[in-house]
Design a binder for this molecule. Structure first.
Ligand SMILES: *Cc1c(COP(=O)(O)O)cnc(C)c1O
Length: 457
């Protein structure tokens, strides 16, 4: 192998970007505002004050400031695990026999095992700045709860995590990582909140859901003095923090004069995809460059490819604000057999608007094909990928194989968001060939969409 470009392109610590980029500043069509479900009016900083901390509310509502300085304390923390490597997938290229050049930005090099630490450290920082005692949150698979517990322990904040009960039982190791970093982890639904007690009295055997855990975490934040609620995806502020991924990638590529033709990311709530693509989309919006960008979502939860662009609740419990986004309906639940993460019914309002305006395309993939790609990747590139990340791997491989047919030497960049050490139950199903694909019928989706709230602005 002739390797003119190193296997890993690293920035130096001093080259880590010191500002986050707010793509909204360059968008002609701004994302629609969040709406207060009680008044049906756009949410103000005042509405948001009891829920999120003040500085984060400012970031959430700011459609105009293009760059936000990253506070020094956060820059210091970033240096613990950043810059993340931009890897040239020489081994994968060779295995595929493709003329395409494949790069991936690997965000799994920290204990939480994903990109989520990029935002949790920022959210914990602003909570500490405001003099708060602690934060509450929900976690499904556990990556966000882990990332938040790490950030809170760094700043000496109390961290209360409501973990969906079935994950709490199925993923005891994630739970123990969180407790090791000092978080308290409560299986949800629980008896510690009113909404939890109500759900338990109606459904004593329930194993919980993300929507229910959100409701409990929000209640816990608003009922304890000095606490706020934090969220690991979907919100504008989270996408802003995650742009550290794309800004680093952009800088590393420039070092070697590389221009990607295709940029690929997996899409759950949209935070890693938004973070990776924002700087590149900014170039497109300013007319400087053009890229083909592909969002990859699971066929079992296809919000971009089969959802509707409409106002909807962000949670199943229908207590959170309404966001205009591509959604399958807040009452849509992906099939229980779906193992590969990315189960949120909606999509970040920023990404939804960009998708609506044709700045990127979306593709849905079935989980057995995703795990086949994960296995192929692990065997040649060494890293065991998270199932979520493997959605992007699937499409990167598909695009590279297309290049093999056409002989085109395209440059592909994808986001490898994390590692899959805590997803071995899903890998076990794949290895045992008991994993199946469930694709929701048109009727199922239509039924969930029929329950969208009626909002006309
Ligand atoms: C949470 C998570 C995702 C999906 O969340 P987004 O907000 O869509 O980025 C993807 N990959 C990993 C490893 C995750 O932990």
């Amino acid at each position: 192998m002739k390797e003119k470009i190193p296997y890993k392109i690293y920035l130096t610590e001093d080259e880590i970007p010191t500002q986050w980029y707010n793509v909204r500043a360059d968008m002609k069509n701004k994302p629609a505002p969040l709406i207060n479900p009680a008044t049906l009016k756009p949410l103000t900083a005042e509405d948001l004050a009891p829920i999120f901390c003040d500085e984060l509310n400012k970031q959430e509502l700011d459609n105009d400031t293009a760059y936000f300085d990253i506070p020094e304390e956060i820059q210091r923390f970033y240096r613990m695990y950043r810059p993340s490597p931009l890897v040239r997938a020489y081994f994968l290229e060779q295995a595929l026999g493709t003329p395409a050049k494949i790069y991936y930005k690997f965000e799994g090099n920290n204990t939480s095992g994903s990109h989520k630490l990029n935002s949790s450290i920022a959210q914990a920082y602003y909570a500490k700045q405001q003099g708060l005692k602690g934060v509450t949150t929900e976690t499904g698979a556990g990556q966000w709860g882990t990332a938040l517990s790490m950030a809170c322990s760094y700043f000496g904040l109390d961290c209360q995590v409501y973990m969906v009960k079935c994950s709490y039982e199925q993923k005891p190791f994630r739970r123990e990582v969180m407790r090791t970093y000092g978080a308290s982890v409560t299986p949800s639904p629980s008896m510690t909140t009113e909404v939890g007690r109500k759900i338990l009295s109606e459904h004593p055997d329930t194993t919980g859901s993300l929507g229910c855990a959100i409701s409990e975490a929000v209640e816990a934040a608003t009922k304890q003095e000095g606490y706020r609620y934090v969220l690991g995806s979907v919100l504008n502020q989270v996408l802003l923090h995650q742009t550290i991924i794309g800004l680093e990638a952009q800088k590393a590529l420039k070092k070697y004069d590389i221009k990607p033709d295709i940029i690929i990311g997996c899409a759950g709530g949209g935070s890693n995809l938004g973070g990776l693509i924002s700087p590149f989309v900014g170039e497109m919006l300013r007319g400087e460059n053009d890229y083909k960008i592909i969002a990859v979502e699971p066929a079992s939860c296809p919000s971009l490819t089969r959802g509707k662009f409409a106002y909807d609740f962000c949670d199943t419990g229908m207590i959170c604000p309404l966001a205009k986004m591509y959604t399958l309906g807040s009452q849509f639940l992906p099939s229980a057999n779906h193992a590969g993460g990315l189960r949120f019914h909606g999509m970040s309002p920023i990404l939804s608007q960009l998708y609506h305006d044709g700045l990127f395309e979306a593709r849905s993939v079935e989980q057995t094909a995703v795990f086949a790609a994960a296995e192929q990747f692990a065997r040649v590139e060494g890293t065991l990928p998270a199932p979520e990340s493997s959605h992007a791997i699937r499409v990167a491989i598909d695009e590279a194989l297309k290049c093999k047919e056409t002989g085109e030497e395209k440059t592909i960049l994808f986001g490898l968001t994390g590692t899959g050490y805590f997803d071995l139950y899903a890998y076990e199903q794949f290895n045992n060939k008991t994993m199946t694909d469930v694709i929701p019928s048109d009727e199922t989706i239509a039924m969930a969409l029929a329950k969208l709230p009626k909002v006309d602005l």
